[in-house]
Design a protein around this ligand. Structure first.
Ligand code: NAI
Length: 343
């Protein structure tokens, strides 16, 4: 099976290459550093599958081009799948897989790292001490113990975050259409979103990005939140209306903001732009606030998570290959009207 790996960074080559060797599947992997989109889709010609990441664009036109290029399957090496038009894939008989639960701890621990860094101003202290400034002025933090935390989404990641926050002796409110029973058994309280936003000292987002959750945190949601609230987003950038959040930062309603994801991250994250003039004025404005901490979508990026992502992706590709072959055989047997399907 020939696989075109898009958005391939050196670490992707290391982890996927090693997983491929040790799996025994012996897939033929080709590496493309560029992101997959309508323009770059023809690069996939001559391959059976593409392997993609969070900022590759798999909208209907791209998937149509992939189908034209002979691609039979798409393997996402991530959990979120908001960047894939699943209907288009289904219509074109292209199989889609993702890596659902590689290491919820990686993202959950990064979430807590952002919370602790902001609650104790570690990001500011780091710079001060390096400049020989040991003044504590304006570095006053707050205890997590006794605070009310609001966790939106108690899936694999949100459930771990909930348990970590309970261990800090926070009161934890959770909002999820189906709250995780283990979280509730551990002491978290199921709460309607508006009530959670009203009561929480810190709000952290762990639901998927869907049409329903797009701009979940908008001007109305922000108006419900407590003065000085800490807002954390390690989910997907567009869960937050960034312009509304900037206004809330300017007015002082938001006490601190921790982001690992950003609405328009596709043009920025995962690359070195340090020698370029930053063109994104919204992102540039975010960087001016002393109470904003941003990491470049690295929540997943631990050795353990990368090993599991790579191993599962290789297994998914091998399974997709088998399924595509079975499908082709079935279609052949069914004649020209044979139907195709996708997962
Ligand atoms: P999951 O599928 O295990 O859990 C998602 C949870 O959100 C489910 O319990 C679901 O019922 C809930 N949910 C759905 N709609 C909701 C709504 N409107 N309000 C509240 N809850 C809602 O997903 P998992 O693995 O926990 O990942 C969550 C998200 O984290 C992913 O969709 C992805 O966008 C993001 N992520 C970020 C990473 C990073 O590196 N920063 C890495 C991996 C995932």
């Amino acid at each position: 099976m020939k696989v075109a790996v898009f958005s391939a960074m050196p670490y992707d080559r290391d982890f996927l290459g090693e997983a491929n060797r040790s799996s025994g599947h012996d897939l033929e992997l080709s590496w493309f550093e560029t992101r997959l989109n309508t323009t770059t889709a023809p690069l996939a010609a001559g391959h059976d599958a593409v392997c993609v990441f969070v900022n590759d664009v798999l909208d209907a036109p791209t998937i149509e081009r992939l189908a034209d290029a002979g691609i039979r399957s798409i393997a996402l090496r991530c959990a979120g799948f908001n960047n894939v038009d699943l209907d288009a894939a289904h219509r074109l008989g292209i199989l889609v897989t993702r890596v659902q639960r590689y290491s919820p701890h990686a993202v959950a621990e990064h979430t807590v790292a952002l919370i602790l860094c902001l609650s104790r101003n570690i990001h500011r202290a780091y710079n001060r001490v390096r400049e020989g400034n040991f003044s504590l002025q304006d570095l006053l933090g707050f205890d997590l113990q006794g605070k009310t935390a609001g966790v939106v989404g108690t899936g694999a990641i949100g459930a771990v975050v909930t348990k970590l926050l309970l261990a800090f002796e926070c009161r934890v409110l959770v909002s999820d259409p189906i709250p995780d029973p283990d979280c509730l058994a551990a002491g978290a309280e199921p709460t309607e979103l508006d009530d959670l936003l009203t009561a929480a000292d810190l709000v952290t987002l762990h639901c998927p990005l869907t049409p329903e959750t797009h701009h979940l945190i908008d001007r109305r949601a922000l108006s419900l939140m407590r003065q000085d609230v800490m807002l954390i987003n390690t989910g997907r950038g567009a869960l937050i209306d960034t312009l509304a959040v900037i206004d809330a930062l300017k007015s002082g309603r938001i006490g601190s903001l921790g982001l690992d994801v950003y609405e328009e991250e596709g043009d920025l994250f995962f690359g070195d732009h340090s020698q370029e003039v930053l063109q994104d004025d919204t992102f540039a404005r975010l960087l001016t606030f002393p109470n904003v901490l941003i990491t470049g979508h690295q929540g997943f990026f631990t050795r353990e998570a990368m090993q599991r992502i790579a191993a599962t992706t290789i297994e998914n590709l091998a399974a997709e290959n088998l399924a595509a072959e079975n499908l082709a055989a079935a279609n052949l047997a069914a004649g020209p009207s044979g139907r195709t399907t996708s997962t």
